[in-house]
Design a protein around this ligand. Structure first.
Ligand code: SAM
Length: 232
């Protein structure tokens, strides 16, 4: 369970109403039972339920069960698509260990707004499910030109490009270190965007094979490749 509260042995930790409902109604836990909690900073802890009710409850931290693990230095930049597919991308990015998930507005991106708070909640849920000790940060929608104008070249961009012919770039020859995977919207990138990306020293293009994948599939495929070859 993710609780944004300092954690140390003996520390009392409040539980919100929705989490209390999950613990008692869904997980059927009672006072005296132990659960695992994390706050994204201090590793994983076992905690005892001290009080639980409709309005919330409280826990007492018992002991640390795992140290804090830092996320791999991977970001995902993606163009938001339909709601359910955007939710899917955020959930999978959190599972795949992305440290930051940035929705990017490109020329052919249809949605002009996102619900950052909803997407952040999805990321927290996904992190809880796969026992992570950190929570990826979901950013607000940022226009691609602004993102690239402000880009810190030390983080390399792995651009998944369906137009690229030929075999997959040998990922194992790429340097380890901070990367951001970039996946386009359903309509792909415009000519102007393609020219801009092609001219950036920080950008490496990769193919995900000869088939044109849907954007959500491409995001998962690219993160899997990165994790398999460059992740540690
Ligand atoms: N521009 C294309 C079109 O409209 O026919 C399709 C874009 S594709 C549905 C969405 C995004 O997924 C692309 O911008 C790219 O980032 C990624 N993608 C899809 N298939 C890919 C492949 N085989 N290799 C690399 N990237 C791919």
């Amino acid at each position: 369970l993710y609780i944004d509260h300092p954690m140390a042995k003996g520390q009392p930790v409040p539980v919100e109403a929705a989490q209390a409902h999950y613990l008692s109604g869904v997980m059927r836990l009672r006072v005296g039972d132990d659960i695992l909690v994390f706050n994204g900073r201090d590793g994983e802890w076992s905690a005892r339920i001290v009080q639980i009710g409709k309005r919330g409850g409280s826990l007492e931290i018992v002991a640390q069960t795992a140290p804090q693990r830092d996320p791999p230095d991977l970001w995902l930049l993606f163009a938001p698509i339909k709601k359910a597919r955007t939710d899917f991308i955020v959930e999978k990015a959190a599972e795949m260990g992305a440290a930051r998930i940035l929705p990017v507005q490109t020329e052919f991106t249809n949605s002009e707004r996102i619900r950052q708070d909803r997407l952040q909640a999805h990321a927290i849920e996904a992190a809880e499910q796969c026992g992570g000790t950190y929570v990826p940060e979901v950013g607000d929608l940022v226009p691609l030109p602004r993102l690239l104008d402000d880009w810190n070249e030390r983080r390399r961009i792995l651009w998944a490009d369906e137009v690229m012919a030929g075999p997959v770039q040998t990922l194992s020859e790429l340097p380890r270190g901070p990367w951001a995977i970039l996946v386009g919207p359903e309509g792909g990138f415009s000519d102007a965007e393609r020219a801009r990306l092609s001219g950036m020293a920080a950008v490496t293009r990769i193919s995900l094979g000869p088939r044109i994948l849907r954007a959500d599939t491409a995001a998962v495929a690219a993160m899997t490749l990165w994790q398999a070859v460059l992740g540690d």
